[in-house]
Design a protein around this ligand. Structure first.
Ligand SMILES: C[S@@+](CC[C@H](N)C(=O)[O-])C[C@H]1O[C@@H](n2cnc3c(N)ncnc32)[C@H](O)[C@@H]1O
Length: 252
């Protein structure tokens, strides 16, 4: 079996894009001597750990109940209903309670009717607060993409979510604003410089990017001072902390 097949043999990784897995693998190749079985095992472990960090770590224990919660929704703007769904994705769960404030704050600076959401996860389910906009999401997690599209299709919400790898994606729709919520550091960890490349490729007028100020699950605080590299890439219009996240509204 090829190394790529071996990494992807686990169910957790089957919905991933092969190019993406290959680019993660290429980061670690040089460290190991593949003639030794123990080294190969270590390599597989390290690659899977990295994949989990950037992609797989977001499923809450009741992730499988998302379909039932979707079934029970009383409309696209059913806030109580979508909160149940947002809670099964650890990344969007941390934002519950702040959606109203967050989107009001963004709208103070950006008047938007269309959104491009990179590494979107379940963020389309914040539409009851975001507003009914043309929404185009991109994510590498096939299960999540399919799930988000079920919601959008059921309520005839415009555009959709697409399965794609941000490290290689080229053809971004033009939109009033582009969200990059808690995704850039994961991408930089796989491919340094990917934020600058993304910023040069997107065609949106404004970017709203966010970064965690606490490790996933609220365990350890992480200082926002580490974000100087990002501040140097963009023109920051406003910056604000909501919960365990720091948000930047930027002009490209
Ligand atoms: C920390 S979560 C953030 C999700 C969402 N933006 C939010 O804040 O609720 C990171 C997301 O980026 C996606 N992702 C990671 N690497 C990606 C890549 N190379 N291309 C597209 N999506 C990616 C993951 O599948 C995951 O949904």
């Amino acid at each position: 079996m090829s190394l790529l097949r071996e990494v992807m043999a686990k169910k957790e990784y089957q919905g991933l894009n092969e190019d993406f897995v290959s680019s993660v693998m290429s980061k670690f190749y040089g460290k190991y001597d593949f003639s030794k079985k123990s080294q190969k095992t270590k390599f597989l472990k390290e690659v899977r750990a990295k994949l989990r960090e950037v992609y797989g770590a977001f499923r809450a224990r009741n992730y499988d109940r998302r379909w039932k919660f979707l079934e029970e929704l009383e409309g696209w703007e059913d806030k109580e209903g979508v909160e149940k769904i947002l809670k099964v994705h650890l990344s969007s769960r941390e934002r519950i309670g702040y959606h109203d404030e967050l989107y009001k704050w963004i709208r103070e600076y950006v008047d938007f009717n269309s959104v491009l959401d990179l590494g979107c996860g379940f963020n389309v389910f914040s539409m009851p607060w975001m507003g009914k906009v043309g929404y185009y999401g991109i994510d590498i997690n096939k299960d999540d993409v399919e799930f988000c599209n079920k919601y959008m299709g059921r309520y005839e919400l415009e555009w959709g979510v697409r399965w794609g790898n941000l490290l290689t994606f080229d053809n971004f729709v033009s939109s009033d604003v582009c969200f990059m919520f808690k995704v850039l550091e994961g991408l930089e960890g796989v491919d340094r410089g990917s934020t600058a490349r993304l910023l040069s490729k997107i065609r949106s007028h404004y970017v709203v990017a966010s970064f965690a100020t606490r490790s996933l699950g609220g365990k350890k605080p992480i200082s926002a001072r580490r974000l100087k590299w990002f501040e140097e890439l963009v023109v920051v219009v406003a910056k604000k902390k909501f919960g365990d996240e720091i948000y930047y509204i930027c002009k490209r």
